[in-house]
Design a binder for this molecule. Structure first.
Ligand SMILES: NC(=O)c1ccc[n+]([C@@H]2O[C@H](COP(=O)([O-])OP(=O)(O)OC[C@H]3O[C@@H](n4cnc5c(N)ncnc54)[C@H](OP(=O)(O)O)[C@@H]3O)[C@@H](O)[C@H]2O)c1
Length: 308
């Protein structure tokens, strides 16, 4: 998502391709995109170019439902701060069209992991997933995923076709719903944590925002709140220093220790950050460190709302 214009500021295709290649070179094996990142499948086309010739190295995950074809209706629903109001169409009759468009953008024969990006409030999830299951039967898609769902929606969908992964926001400053985590564990569904670095906040390096940065819409990043949040986050930054790792690495390692089936998908345009983040997968955190983090997080009252 960070590699298409309109999100975190400065980016172009050369820089974006260097970033994806840096990730693959650093051992990343999971690339997450969506037909809604950038205009007209920009992000999927970028990923397609980057994985050409290295297709076997990488799980390609993409999503559908928000880039609604011209002339089709959609349901609006609020998602809170940064993304404002989104429009979604998860009607079964459109699902194959979405998939074929993504396959063409990506230039691949099959999508490894295909997610409904948001559940459509006007369509029973069983109907959307039923159409997704037909894509698996026809070999267009290998595994099914759901993003931004509740435990109940996951259970209903899983009864139609096995769900391989759920992708919801989860980081040190955005707890995941405990019921969703329990359902995923019970059903054997992997959990993919989006914005695992808290949109960059948890790296401890965001002091102000540049022009054109979508976080201007997020109350947690308003000037006053950002400064208060940085002050309150200091104990976690200090802990990272004690451990000899960076705050970003601590935030990612902490997530990977929450469950053996967690995958974190940090976004970055910067090869040095990407290598730093990839190295976090190799850090073992001891039980007493995890307890120290939990204590510090309990005292970390975030200014700027709790909504998505
Ligand atoms: N399913 C959904 O609805 C949904 C919603 C949002 C996001 N996502 C997925 O989750 C991915 C990640 O989310 P995100 O990009 O919003 O948030 P994120 O990964 O929590 O944070 C990204 C920000 O962190 C900075 N950063 C990354 N590593 C850093 C490091 N080591 N040191 C300093 N700064 C660092 C990046 O800046 P630099 O570029 O300068 O490194 C960027 O500004 C997206 O790319 C997307 O695939 C999914």
């Amino acid at each position: 998502m960070v590699l298409s214009p309109g999100m975190y500021g400065d980016i172009d295709d050369d820089r974006a391709e260097r970033a994806i290649n840096a990730a693959l070179d650093a051992g990343a094996v999971h690339v997450d995109t969506s037909d809604a990142y950038g205009a007209d499948g920009h992000n999927e086309r970028l990923v397609g170019r980057a994985v050409k010739g290295r297709r076997e190295e990488v799980v390609v995950a993409t999503k559908f439902g928000l880039a609604v074809p011209e002339g089709e209706g959609a349901r609006s629903f609020p998602v809170g701060y940064s993304f404002g109001e989104l429009r979604v169409n998860g009607e079964a009759r459109l699902v194959r069209r979405y998939a074929e468009r993504s396959l063409a953008n990506l230039g691949i024969d099959a999508i490894d992991l295909y997610y409904a990006h948001y559940p459509d409030p006007g369509v029973p999830i069983e109907e959307t997933v039923g159409a997704m299951a037909a894509l698996v039967d026809d070999g267009l898609v290998r595994h099914l995923g759901l993003s931004n769902v509740t435990a109940e929606q996951l259970r209903r969908a899983h009864a139609v076709h096995p769900i391989t992964a759920v992708q919801n926001e989860w980081s040190m400053w955005r707890p995941v719903d405990a019921g969703l985590l329990a359902a995923a564990r019970e059903l054997g569904v992997g959990v993919v944590a989006w914005s695992p670095l808290g949109n960059g906040f948890l790296t401890g390096s965001v002091r102000s925002l540049g022009e054109g940065d979508f976080r201007h819409n997020a109350p947690r990043f308003s000037a006053g709140n950002l400064s208060a949040n940085n002050d309150r986050y200091a104990p976690i930054r200090d802990l990272a220093v004690d451990l000899g790792i960076t705050p970003a690495q601590l935030a990612l390692a902490w997530l990977l220790h929450q469950d053996e089936h967690v995958v974190a998908i940090p976004g970055s345009r910067t090869p040095a950050h990407i290598r730093e983040n990839a190295a976090a997968a190799g850090f073992a955190l001891h039980g007493d460190t995890l307890a120290r983090i939990d204590r510090a997080l309990t005292g970390f009252e975030v200014s700027g709302g709790t909504l998505l």
